[in-house]
Design a binder for this molecule. Sequence first.
Ligand SMILES: *[C@@H]1O[C@H](CO)[C@@H](O)[C@H](O)[C@H]1NC(C)=O
Ligand SMILES: *[C@@H]1O[C@H](CO)[C@@H](O)[C@H](O)[C@H]1NC(C)=O
Length: 984
Amino acid sequence: MQFAYLFTKYICLVFLGTKMLWNILTVLSLALFLVHSLDPAFNDDVMGLIVFKAGFTDPKSKLASWTEDDPSPCNWVGINCYPQSNRVSEILLDNFSLSGHIGRSLLRLQFLKVLSLSKNNFTGNINPILSQIPSLMVIDLSHNTLTGSIPDEFFQQCTSLQSVSFANNNLTGQIPQSLTSCSTLQRVNFSSNRLSGPLPSALWSLTSLQNLDVSDNLLEGEIPKAIEGLYSLRAINLHKNKFTGWLPENIGNCVQLKSIDLSDNLLSGGLPESMRRLGFCTNLELRSNLFNGEIPDWIAEMKSLKVLDLSANNLSGRIPTSMGDVSLLKELNLSNNYFVGSLPRSLMKCSDLVILDIGNNFLTGNLPSWTFELGVESISLFGNRFTGHIDYPSISMGASYRSLQVLDLSSNALSGEIPAAIWNISSLQVLNISSNFLSGTIPEAVGKLNATRILDVSHNQLTGSIPNEIGSAVSLRELKLRENHLSGTIPADIANCSALSSLDLSHNNLTGPIPPEIAKLAILEVVDFSFNQFSGSLPKELTNLSHLATFNVSHNHLKGELPVGGFFNTISPSSVVGNPSLCGSVLNHSCPAVHPKPLVLNPNSSDPNHASVTLLGHKRIMLSISSLIAIGAAVFIGLGVVVVSILNLHVRSSMALSAATFTLSGGDDFSHSHGTEANLGKLVMFSGDADFVVGTQALLNKDNELGRGGFGSVYKTELGDGRSVAIKKLNITSLIKSQEDFEREMKSLGSIRHENLVALEGYYWTPSLQLLINEYVSGGSLYKLLHEESSKRSLSWQQRFNIILDTAKGLAYLHQLNIIHYNMKSTNVLIDDGSASTKVGDFALARLLPVLDRYILSSKIQSALGYMAPEFACQTVKITEKCDVYGFGILILEVVTGKRPVEYMEDDVIVLCDMVRGALEEGRIEEYIDGRLQGNFPVEEAIPVVKLGLICASQVPSNRPDMEEVIKILELIRCPSESQEEIE
Ligand SMILES: *[C@@H]1O[C@H](CO)[C@@H](O)[C@H](O)[C@H]1NC(C)=O
Ligand SMILES: *[C@@H]1O[C@H](CO)[C@@H](O)[C@H](O)[C@H]1NC(C)=O
């Protein structure tokens, strides 16, 4: 024995080498020992179960009681035994979170009657051996993740099987023909799989069959015809497949049928006359097929019908009067067919009716207002040709009414006023009377509809204003008043409708401003105020509406500036057009000056190089900021000589702090003739060693332009010693504080030296032109490497990781000095070809601005859309270095996926961070890692890096880690422990 034990263990290890088998073998050998000493029959059960258990995992240890120490399984969880024999009769392990395979060892349980393993996570194929358990009657493997096809042998071997369910798995292939040889079958449920092909042709030879459910598969072909004496069939469900052809002519032979669901197929033809014999049938659902013909008069003989759903077919003719004799009806759905004539009044006899839907037909005549007296919960008469008034019975009759919840009379030709009684139906959840010719006003009583979720009165001829009482309809989610003749203003009380997500007031004559209270409707998604007479400016508070997907205010008389931030940064131009006085970048119509105060330019210089200044003469001229910036550019481009000569300077004297100061000499020595240094310009190099000999047209040459950003354009040029520098021409000149402040900032930034930060080497100052002289980094920006076609180099995973880590180090150093970058994005991350290191540039330029105005900040870094931390849009939150961490998080995702933070598709905007978050939740993140890596990346690094990116990009600043922590985390991610090699 001992030898056999060791030997089998050894063999298995050699051939299979799995941990699982090792476990099985351990228990198996224990079981073998036990078998040796006990009653053999009895122990078939124990052994079968122990080996069965060893084949799957039990993560919640729910089967802890299953131990071979216990000689009888009858007290184990999930096991039932016959009281006399103590043999196992039932295994009931539904919802035990078990996963793994269902092994053949159950074959040992010779008296097993019921095997129920529903709602677990069993995988693999269906083991055909299970049906050989001689006494098995019920097998339920539904709601697992079984794959493969249903094995043919399964049913060939069946002996006493009565009920089989494989529902809700991932089974494929055809239903085996052998199914019909298992003549004991009573209940078959294969629903919600991906089975294809036809039903077995001899299906109806299963004479004991009571319940057949193959719904929600991909089955096709015709329903087998020859139904002879299937007296046992009670329910048949073929819902949601692709069955074609006619119903079997003799379906009425199955006289016991209670439920027929053939909906969502491609069946055609009429209702076979034999169906009139189905007097026990309670549910007949033929929705969404291609049935045609008329509803036969004999329908009344199916007198047990409670649910009759013939919707979405090609049925025509009149609705028969006999329909009223189907008096137990609870639900009648004839919508989306071609019925004509009127609705038979005989339906008044159906006193149990709860749902009546005859929408989208061609019914005519006066609106059947008598249906309101049926006391149903839902009445849908929409999309017909009913005329006349809505005669809703007055409330006094209402006592006997069940509560009406849904009333849809839309798209008819109704006229007159909306009856007052409708506003009193306090149970009403949906009221849709849109697209009629209704007139009159919306009364104050609308406020009584406090259970109403959907109120749609659009496309009528309503007049008057929107009453303040609308604020009492507090359950409203959708309010549609479009295309009427409503006037007046939007009542501020609408702010009380806090569940509102869709508000459509378009195409009316509404006036006045858009009340800021709208911004309190926190879950608003769709707003349409277009084609009205609204005036005033858009309240800034609207940017707080974080769920907005549409905000259409086009064609009104709005003026002023579009709000900046939140949804409004990506609003589509078509949503704001037709308001001539509205301004903002989206409209290509810039607003008049950020700073309304005009600046004074004093062109008192006769500097011949300042041609444009000379042109303006000696008058004092008032200039707006935008023209000032334009002039700055003109000076720069027209008179590049000025700039070039800056670099042709000779050292004049040394300033304090070992910085070298230069003055401009445009040929003559202006500094001497005028003595006002401010007009002449001042060059400071921090390096001290500034031997400029460059005779270069570099800065005039577009080819030397390295890039443009929110703060200016950058050009490459060379110094005398052959060293390249990147010169940034600031375009925020007019906003910059005094020279003194500027120089102080420059000196402070110039003193920062770190291998992952771009060094500031010097600067040049005149009141109208400022240049920053930066270290030149050869490899270009990260943005170019990632997103521009021309960049042939594809970054390896290692390189990407290094870029992320270097960037983190650069940022961390800045934060250590209490400096916020403010403009973290991939265009500001430069890659050095030589040292292979990454350097962060353009930091802290926002400090040059007069105040850290959020508006200026966000408009200056508008190009950084997608990187901007949400707190920029929120006036009350202090901006801290955590805004850089946000931008850095987005940058991580950008580096890993190779996608831009915001991608504009045809009519869609994809926000990287949301996309990645979604993919991570769905467990599909690997699909989103940059395809150019061609799968060459370690998943155990990539996924944590993505997660880190998402944490850094948390909405709430305090949830983001600080950069020091980020570096530590990255270093941990980089060194995955080597010791985890698992044998699979
Ligand atoms: C089922 O197993 C799969 C794969 O082993 C696993 O991903 C999934 O989370 C499991 N589901 C449940 C409900 O346990
Ligand atoms: C009201 O009915 C019309 C036409 O029947 C439909 O288009 C509209 O979506 C419905 N309104 C709401 C809010 O569901």
